[in-house]
Design a protein around this ligand. Sequence first.
Ligand SMILES: O=C(O)[C@H](O)[C@@H](O)[C@@H](O)C(=O)NO
Ligand SMILES: [Mg+2]
Length: 382
Amino acid sequence: MIITDVQVRHFLSTTRRHSDSAGHAHPGPPHQVKTSILTIRTEDGHEGHSFTVPEIVRPHLIDKFVRTVLIGQDHRDRERLWQDLAHWQRGSAAQLSDRTLAAVDVALWDLAGRTLNQPVYKLIGAYRDKVRAYGSIMCGDELAGGLATPEDYGRFAETLVARGYTGIKLHTWMPPVSWAPDVRMDLKACAAVREAVGPDIHLMIDAFHWYSRVDALELGRGLEKLGFDWIEEPLDEQSMSSYKWLSDNLDIPVVGPESAGGKHWHRAEWVRHGACDILRTGVNDVGGITPALKTMRMAESFGMDCEVHGNTAMNLAVCAASRNCRWYERGLLHPFLEYDDGFDYLNQLSDPMDAQGWVHVPDRPGIGEDINFDFIENNRVS
Ligand SMILES: O=C(O)[C@H](O)[C@@H](O)[C@@H](O)C(=O)NO
Ligand SMILES: [Mg+2]
C-alpha cells in the first residue's frame, strides 16, 4: 500500500483538435500533441494513472511537491494526501495549480480501483450505471459548413439528435472570431437549434464568458422564450455579485461557477450568496475527484443540482456516483469531427453512448480507461 514511485511519461498523440488564441477548441488537420501520463506506483507493484498535459506535471511540481507529499505514504489515504498537497499551493508561488492536484488525485483513485479490481464509481458509492449525455458543441467558427452560421448549428443539432442525444449545449461564437461576441447572433443560433430539434430536446448555452450584465440579461431573456434549460458562464465568474444580480433578474437557471478558482470552498460561497441556481464542478476545475465530490454533496444539502464540467472517465465517475446531477457533458463536438473515434492511446471509449443518449459507465477496474500502454511506449518522447 506504500507509495514508492511517481513517474511521468510523455508521448505523442494525434488529434484533429486545435486550440485558438483564446484557448477554445476547433477542428483542423491531424497533428501530434505531447501528452503526459502520470503514474503512481506502490511497493507491491500496483499502479494508478492519469492523463494530462506536460506543463501540469513538469519536474519542478513533481519533485518539489508531489513526490514530497506522496512517497512513503499509504496510497489509500487520499483525503489526507489531497489536503497536504492543497496546503502546499499557498507556498508554491502560484506554481502548484488545481490541475496538478487533479492529476494526482485521479491517479490515486485509479490506483485504488486497480488495486481492488473495482471501478472507481463503485468504490465511491455508485448511484447509477448509466448517465444521460448532452452533446456539448464546440465554440462557433468561420469554417464553411462548420459552425459559421445559425443554420450550421441547426443542421448539426439535427445530426446530434439522430445520434441519440436528448440534450445539446451550444458554445456560441467568441473571439478570435472576427465579429464575436454578439448576443443577437447567439440568440439566432439558439433559435435555429430549437427550430431544428423541436420542443422536447433539452437545450443549454455556454456563452461568451465576459458579457456585460446588460448583454447577459438580454441573452437570458431571449433564451427563456426558447425554453432553454440553463445559461452558463455569460459573465466573468470572478464577479460573484454579478451572477447574483443575473440570477435574481432571470427565470432561466444560471449555472456556475466553472472556471472560478477556490475549489468547493468558493462554490459554497456561490450557494450561500445565491449567485447561481445550479452549481457547477469539474475534476480539473476544483482539483480532483475528491473535491468534486465535496462540491456535489454540498450542493445536495442545499437542494441544488450540480452539473459536472467536462468529459472523460474521471468526470463520468463523479456523475455516476451522484444523484444531484442530470447530465454528462459529452464533447466537445463539431460537424468535422467524429467524437466516437476516441483517443489513439485508449483501446476504447471511456464514455460509450447508446442510440438513446445514455452513456454507460465502464465496469473496468480504476477510473475506467482502457489504456493502450504499447501505444504509449511506441510513441514515447521522454
Ligand atoms: O471556453 C471553452 O472553450 C469551453 O467553454 C470549454 O471550456 C468547455 O469545456 C466548457 O466550458 N464546457 O462547459
Ligand atoms: Mg462551460
